[in-house]
Write a protein that binds this ligand. Sequence first.
Ligand code: ZN
Length: 333
Amino acid sequence: MTINKRISKKPYSMKLLTKCPFCQGRLNSKYDNLKDRLDTTNETFSFSECSSCHMGMLNPTLIGDASSFYPTNYLSEEQDSKKSTSRKGFDLEKWYRYNQYKFDFKLLERSTGITLGRASSYVDIGCGSGERVTFVSEQGCKEAYGVDKFDFAKIKSKAEASIINSDILEYKPAKKIEITSLFHVLEHLENPHQILTHLQKHVVKKDGHLIVQIPNYHSFERHIFREKWYGLDVPRHLWQYNEKSIRKLLEDSGFKVNSVFQLGAPLHPVTLVPSMFKELDVQRIWVNRSHGDSYKKLMMLLWAFLTVLTIPLALVQNLFKRSSMLTVVASKK
Ligand SMILES: [Zn+2]
C-alpha cells in the first residue's frame, strides 16, 4: 500500500546557515524583510550572499515540507479551472509556452548536436503539469517521461504525457535516460547536491546529457532590481546560482559541464515586468482570489503589453550574456 509520504514529512522549519553550504565561504547579509510575492505567508525573510562563490541564498534557510508556500495553482492557471479542456482551435498561451521550450532545447542542440527527434529517451525532473513532456513527445522522442512529487501533476496532465508521481530520490528507471532535464528545480531543493548525485548514478545514462535551467543571480536584472528582482522568489527559491557556482555544483556531483548559456528566449522576458511592477506578476494574478475576472483580464493585458515592450531590453541582456536565465548542459563524467 502506498501512503502519501508528504503527510509523514515534518512541517518546515528555518535553519540559520553560518557558512556557504556549497563552498564553505563566509556569508554576508544581503537583503532583509523580503516578502513572499504570492502572499502565502505574512512572515518576512532574509537573504545572504557568499563572499567566496557569490551565490545568494535564503538565510535562515527552509528545511522540511515547504508545500504550504506553493499555492495549488502555482504552476498554471489551468490548475484552478477547466479552461484547458474547453479550449478549441489555436491556443495562444500554449503557442507562447512552446516557443520557450523550443528555445531551451535549441540550446541543448547547440551544445550536443542532439535533437529531440533523435533522442532515445527523455525525463523531465520536477515536471509540474507535464506539458514539456508532451512537447518532447510531439518532437518525435519515443520515450518521454516526467517525474514530480506533487500529485496534481499526474491528475492534470494530458493523457499522452507519462507522469511518474515520485520523490526524485525514489526514481530509479530500469533503463537509464539519454536526456534528463531540470527546469527551474535546483533553486527549490533543500539538498541539490544529493539530487544531482542521485541523477548521475541512477538516471542519466553513460554518454547521456543533463540540461539545467535556473534564474541567473549574476544577471543585469538582479543587480538593477536587487531585493525587488522577481527571480529571488522567497521563500520558494533557496539558492541563487551564478555560472561559477552551478559549474562547481555539477562537477562536484559527477558531471562534466559542456556549455553554460546566460541567454533568455527573446519573446519571454518573464522577470522584467514583475520586477518593475509587483502587481503585474502572472502567478500573483492567478493565485489572488480577492479580485474578479475583469481585474485579472485587465492585469493580464497590461502584463502582456509591457512584456512586449521589454523585449529589446531582454535582447540587450542576451547580447552581453547577462540574461536572467542560466542554462547549463552537462554530461556524465
Ligand atoms: Zn559559497
